[in-house]
Design a protein around this ligand. Structure first.
Ligand code: CMC
Length: 388
């Protein structure tokens, strides 16, 4: 056949059609269904955004109330899922535990395999979005050797998640409204990002006719990688290694000499300031008002200042991305670094579900099966082992 175009990493290949998220990387624009990310972050809730991503329009007041009720009454997970998470070693990464728990959901809900049934599709999307915070929180509680906290019907999506993470037996956990709003904003910013590595994984697995849980499990696997969702964890590690503001120039020289990457910088699509990073930087201030300033912030700000002036970064159009500041917020909220990627996966589930639905209902979507450029041997004769 004709030679395939060699495009490792799909830099220039559109593998699907989509009407969900629009990005203009040169201009630093991000829109969900046409709504600019800064407007959504300023005024919406995460569940409102999830509805928008899935259904294409913002809900009216009745639709929103009904959607919140439906999602929030599906937050309990089967007890066996709790036992499943319990069966891991205490030091298992929470992301790995959550990945396995999410993938296992299709065994509890066989209707999820009926991709041609719109009601079954919707119901299982609701279950996934409703239950992933529970699985995430339980993965965390298992890691720290604490009892699981069950969902609380009185609390909204984000507050309930925080309570399942931090509640102790002695006192009812009540999130500070500033912390709760900052988390809501972080959730909105992470809800979707068109065909990033994990969404592409979700779409590829879905294209073979798979349910939303199996597909989301693959997405979580992709997001686990340090070049993708793992970057905010890596940023904190880097800031801690740098240790103080006066050591920043030396570190930047090391980056330029190829010793390390500046984690939280650079993006496949944004060749301008990531609009999400700008919003997160503001959310940082709100959280630090409650928690006190994270001393690593000083190092981060100095790193950004030096990098944005340096020719190496200017020439390559490397700017801070969403992960540069999010880790600082999570750390200030006392999340351990292993939880950072989990905190990315929970809201991204809304986007994965919307992209999964769009993929499995697009009559033109084919099974994703790229070509290769073959570089190996051609036909040669087999040699028996004694003769080799
Ligand atoms: N620090 C130093 N140099 C960099 C960096 C960085 N963070 N990112 C890219 N470069 C250089 C790279 O070495 C290359 O230079 P040269 O042309 O001299 O070889 C040039 O910039 C182009 O980089 P690339 O690796 O070809 O770009 P890519 O589009 O394949 O990679 C990226 C994008 C995000 C993987 C990369 O910028 C990176 O590794 N960044 C650090 C990790 C990170 O922060 N990831 C989070 C991404 S945003 C959230 C998410 O999607 O999960």
């Amino acid at each position: 056949g004709p030679l395939a175009t060699y495009d490792p990493g799909f830099m220039n290949t559109a593998a699907c059609r989509s009407a969900i998220t629009y990005i203009d990387g040169d201009a630093g624009i991000l829109e969900y269904r046409g709504y600019p990310i800064d407007q959504l972050a300023a005024s919406a809730t995460h569940l409102e955004v999830a509805y928008l991503l899935l259904k294409g329009e913002l809900p009216n007041a009745d639709q929103l109330a009904s959607w919140e009720h439906t999602v929030n009454t599906h937050r309990f997970v089967h007890e066996n899922v709790g036992n499943f998470i319990r069966s891991y070693r205490h030091d298992a990464h929470p992301m790995a535990k959550m990945m396995a728990a999410v993938a296992s959901m299709q065994t509890f809900y066989p209707s999820s395999r009926r991709l041609d049934d719109p009601e079954a599709r919707e119901m299982n999307i609701v279950r996934l979005i409703a239950k992933i915070p529970t699985m995430a929180a339980w993965s965390y509680r298992h890691s720290i050797g604490r009892h699981y906290v069950y969902p609380n019907d009185e609390l909204g999506y984000v507050d309930n998640f925080l309570a399942m993470l931090f509640q102790s037996q002695q006192r009812v956990y009540q999130a500070d409204p500033r912390v709760s709003r900052a988390m809501e904003i972080l959730f909105i910013l992470h809800a979707d990002h068109e065909q990033n590595c994990s969404t592409n994984a979700v779409r590829a697995v879905a294209s073979a006719g798979n349910d939303v849980y199996t597909s989301a499990g693959a997405g979580i696997g992709a997001l686990f990688g340090p070049l993708h969702g793992g970057a905010n964890e890596a940023v904190l590690k880097m800031l801690r290694e740098i240790g103080s503001v006066d050591r920043v120039p030396e570190f930047v020289e090391g980056v330029k000499n190829g010793k390390a990457r500046l984690m939280g910088f650079g993006h496949r699509v944004y060749k301008n300031y990531d609009p999400r990073a700008r919003i997160i930087k503001k959310a940082c201030d709100d959280v630090f008002e409650v928690t006190g300033v994270n001393p690593l912030l000083e190092i981060a700000v100095e790193l950004e200042r030096i990098a944005l002036e340096d020719e190496y970064f200017v020439k390559r159009r490397l700017y801070p991305n969403v992960d540069f500041y999010s880790g600082l917020i999570y750390e200030a909220l006392k999340f351990p670094p292993e939880m950072f990627t989990v905190l990315f996966a929970v809201p991204r589930t809304a986007g994965w579900a919307a992209q999964w639905l769009e993929g499995v209902t697009d009559p033109e979507q084919k099974i994703m099966r790229p070509k290769q450029v073959y570089t190996g041997h051609r036909e040669r004769d087999f040699v028996p082992v004694e003769a080799r």
